[in-house]
Design a protein around this ligand. Structure first.
Ligand code: DX5
Ligand code: ZN
Length: 235
């Protein structure tokens, strides 16, 4: 149990040593590996696919949180599920049939998430709360690591928190609220106060290695900076 979940994004890891890097973040107490998939079509960058997910799977026990920034979405869902993903999230603009894609992810045994770009309205949540395990708010425009946190995300986090709490009160079912982009030691407290329970951090973690190449110091600092919040299960 821990106060918040931290999901280091491998986008800022050393890809030539990826197995070692994910082992290091697990050893430092990471709750999830955040796995950014970009296709140079839905977003202007190109990263990694199911083969790399499968390659890192044996290196860690923690969940792999696959963030799909691809279009179309559906064909990749079974491939990532087979490659060992635990959570799969996608952008609603990238799928013709959002409800169907959410169901497809669950049918393949993964938790399903919907991702909101800074300009994407939360109205996409209106009719799919029962099919969601995760709401992921982008606090940068997707495509690159190392961008600055967009402050209006804080108000959006509060609005998403209200919707999620209302759903939990009505159904008893938990939905995670994750934030992705520009999460740093100096803004993590206000992000958690605004309602996030799961934090993606790429450059903040992989840009601050300990002398031995591990990430214990920065992970501890992130948790301390996040401040008190109710304990919650990992996955
Ligand atoms: C951006 C990605 C993020 C990114 C976060 O498109 O979805 O996960 O890696 O990186 P930082 O924490 O450096 O903003
Ligand atoms: Zn991401």
């Amino acid at each position: 149990m821990s106060a918040i979940r931290i999901a280091p994004s491998i986008l800022s890891a050393d890809f030539a040593r990826l197995g070692e890097e994910v082992r290091a973040i697990e050893a430092a107490g990471a709750d999830l590996v955040h796995f950014d998939v970009m296709d140079n079509h839905h977003v202007p960058n190109l990263t990694v696919g199911p083969l790399v997910c499968e390659a890192i799977r044996p290196h860690v026990k923690i969940g792999i949180d696959v963030h799909l920034m691809v279009e179309p979405v559906d064909a990749l869902v079974p491939l990532f599920a087979k490659a060992g993903a635990n959570l799969i999230s996608f952008h609603p603009e990238a799928s013709r049939h959002v409800d169907r894609t959410l169901q497809l992810i669950r049918d393949h045994g993964c938790k399903a998430g919907l991702v909101f770009n800074p300009a994407t309205p939360l109205a996409w949540l209106d009719h799919v709360m029962d099919k969601l395990d995760l709401v992921l708010l982008m606090s940068v425009n997707p495509g690159y690591g190392g961008q600055a946190f967009i402050p209006s995300t804080l108000g959006k986090l509060r609005a998403a928190r209200e919707r999620i709490d209302a759903h939990m009160a009505a159904t008893g079912r938990e939905i995670w609220l994750e934030v992705d982009g520009g999460v740093k030691l100096d803004n993590v407290a206000e992000i958690v106060r605004a309602g996030a329970d799961t934090l993606v951090a790429g450059s903040a973690v992989f840009g601050a290695p300990d002398n031995d190449g591990g990430y214990r110091t920065v992970m501890r600092q992130l948790r301390q900076a996040a401040g008190p919040s109710p304990a919650m299960p990992r996955l």
